[in-house]
Ligand binder design. Structure first.
Ligand code: FA5
Length: 361
């Protein structure tokens, strides 16, 4: 090999670096070219024997050479690392269509059903998601817009702005998951979609006609009609001259559009701190057709949601003049709607991953 300070040395070294085809080979080249036993290090050690002037000039040349070699090594390293990352990503790629094809059941004639032949798909929309989409369509058809809000909420949005100050007894209606962050008990998983009413009213001025679907969380033991994680669709109308008749008419139109005309629905007086007057909205239990069963706790009716006229205190909390504007709000359980529409006796099956449920999506 030529000596470090010969003309051809740097060219040879750069070619060696460029020729390293793996990170291991590059590491070996780096040790050989810049390590303690390298020609560069030997040349630096030999500087001591030179007269001071010559030592300074040679020293500077050696520094420049080392810098160029190290830069070439670094550049080659990043090229090889990028190539290695690409290979790893390609190797880790999941081909889900193959998995589905391999697991596809055999059709009546013994042949494998293939994705896309109508008997086996690449995945389905879950029934609850489908219900959510259908409910959105119904309300969009009635002139509502769709909005959403965060699942992690502050106490103010979930309770206070909805007329439930700390220690208000109505908070007991909502068994809440609090998050362990500051301030204590100040951040929670929303227990209903009603806080999105507040967020919408902070963003928009009346007239407001909006629905707000989303996931909610409550510390509840699952049973035939309850899950700890479930979905609601909130509705909010704020405009001039809104009456309870508008609320009742909206719910009636929604029931007819979503469940069909032959299901009975009724409003029963109820209490919510953020609406006055308030009502619960129920439909005939579709499992027993009203005769009474375990699903409806033998009442013949299943509650789908709560509703009422927006309490003036809520409008004041977001700076809207309650003398001029009024409105109504409602919150339905999407899982409950799914349950009643599809005759599901126990809501827990929606979480079971039973293919008989999943295939209906
Ligand atoms: C509320 O959550 C109120 N925010 C509704 C409301 C909105 C009233 C606007 C007035 C104005 P409630 O806790 O009753 O109300 O729940 C409403 C619906 O959500 C219930 O009727 C039910 O359909 C559904 N729901 C409530 N908890 C669960 C649960 N654990 N599992 C499944 N669905 C549930």
């Amino acid at each position: 090999m030529v000596s470090v300070l010969d003309d051809g040395w740097l060219g040879e070294v750069l070619a060696q670096v460029a020729g390293a085809s793996t990170l291991d080979a590059l590491h070996e080249a780096a040790v050989e070219l810049t390590g303690k036993r390298s020609a560069l290090s030997a040349a630096r050690q030999a500087l001591g024997a030179l007269p001071p002037d010559e030592r300074r000039v040679r020293g500077q040349q050696l520094n420049d050479l080392r810098a160029q070699v190290e830069a070439a090594l670094a550049e080659r390293r990043s090229v090889l690392q990028a190539a290695q990352r690409r290979l790893r990503l390609a190797a880790d790629r999941l081909d889900l269509s193959e998995v589905l094809a391999a697991r596809a059941p055999r059709g009546a004639g013994g042949h494998r059903c293939v994705p896309g032949d109508g008997r086996w798909g690449r995945g389905r929309v879950h029934l609850v998601q489908r219900t959510r989409d259908e409910l959105e369509d119904v309300f969009v058809g009635m002139g509502f817009t769709v909005a959403d809000g965060p699942e992690v909420e502050t106490d103010w949005y979930n309770f206070e702005a909805l007329n439930m100050p700390p220690a208000h007894p109505a908070r007991g209606m909502f068994d809440t998951f609090y998050l362990d962050v500051e301030p204590p008990d100040g951040v929670l998983l929303r227990t209903h979609t009603s806080p999105v009413q507040i967020r919408v009213l902070q963003r928009r001025r009346p007239p407001v006609y909006a629905v707000m679907p989303g996931r909610c969380f409550r510390r509840e033991t699952p049973d035939a009609r309850h899950l700890p994680v479930f979905h609601q669709v909130e509705g909010l109308v704020v405009d001039e001259g809104i009456t309870f008749g508008d609320l009742a008419g909206t719910i009636e139109s929604f029931t007819a559009a979503y469940f069909g005309a032959d299901i009975d629905a009724r409003l029963r007086p109820a209490f919510f701190p953020f609406t006055e007057p308030s009502a619960e909205f129920e439909v005939t239990c579709t499992i027993c057709r009203g005769s009474g069963c375990r699903t409806c706790s033998h009442t013949g009716w299943v509650e789908l949601g709560g509703c009422g006229m927006v309490d003036p205190a809520v409008l004041v909390a977001v700076g809207i003049d309650p003398e001029r504007y009024g409105g109504f709000a409602f919150g339905f359980g999407i899982d409950r709607c799914t349950q009643m529409r599809h005759g599901i006796a126990d809501m827990r099956v929606l979480l079971d991953n039973d293919v008989r449920i999943l295939r209906q999506g």
